[in-house]
Design a protein around this ligand. Sequence first.
Ligand SMILES: *Cc1c(COP(=O)(O)O)cnc(C)c1O
Length: 372
Amino acid sequence: MAISHFYPPRRTLMGPGPSDVNPQVLAALAKPTIGHLDPLFINLMEETKALLQYAFQTQNEFTIAVSAPGSAGMETCFVNLVEPGDKVIVCINGVFGSRMKENVIRCGGEAIVVEQEWGRAVDPDAVETALKANPDAKFLAFVHAETSTGARSDAKALCALAQQYNCLSIVDAVTSLGGIELRVDDWGIDAIYSGSQKCLSCVPGISPVSLSAKAVAKIKARKTPVQSWFLDQTLVMGYWSGEGKRSYHHTAPVNSIYALHESLLLLQQETLEASWQRHQTQHEALKAGLLDLGLEFVVPKDERLPQLNTVRIPQGVDDATVRQYLLNEYNLEIGAGLGAFAGNAWRIGLMGYAAKSENVLLCLAALKKALS
Ligand SMILES: *Cc1c(COP(=O)(O)O)cnc(C)c1O
């Protein structure tokens, strides 16, 4: 086998992530690597924390970037917070809710599942019923933006319920951060994780995480050590903490942090509100065009994510053939259906840098060709 250098084509990424990376972010990635305990890098970590606090709309001191993808952010929240025997109410309305349940079980916790039909938002009434029936529950866990279906749940209402029933909230914001309204402090979110490669339009492999003072207190009061050494945040705190000397825990992905810092700075310069609005505006344009093509949305109008548009594949149209055609002819990637939607839905992402008019026009024109 002759192995040669790899030159990826320039694709337009309109799937469920990774999304298109801003060239400025790619340029940041190519800057010279410095030591991870270099004072200049420590300063960059501090700035990254501040930028993450802005993105999450939080004053939480514990706001960091886990050195691994969104799934590791998910695992970070569960392995640190959930102790053996803890009861967790887990909302499942797609693939990522099921993974939360899997995490709870592996932590030795007891998962009380609130199931919701795929393609729908989590039902706050069903959650309240579960909270009433389980007064000893310690956590409420749900996915804000369910990327497997394109459904948006009411994080504000769900977190208010968690507080009312004395539970800490654990929120998956992998696809929501930067794309739709999200206010960690105002909504009283206790533990939240995200990903770098969805609406932040950074390279994959980093997971922003923020924990409230209540969540940090719960971790500090653990009776048993966190079973994962790498994800044990009592150890990681010494690495990301600003006070005094940094202690070596692991080596941060230095260049990826340059990229994250750049993408967060671009978001701050645009402002969150403008970014949320841009996603909504581009979604409206895409929606109009998709409806013109005769495609139907899976998620009811009020529960749709602007950054992830799930449409039914029309009768007689072959899923893989169309996606191959888009990739080969237009260098355009859209997402296949996942789980229950495999083979019968497409997921069209408008995430971060990819949420722009050129992409909407390209996608609509290419899909029109493909369908004819
Ligand atoms: C993408 C995604 C994840 C997982 O993130 P990875 O970076 O792929 O590990 C988790 N939850 C949701 C809602 C996602 O969209």
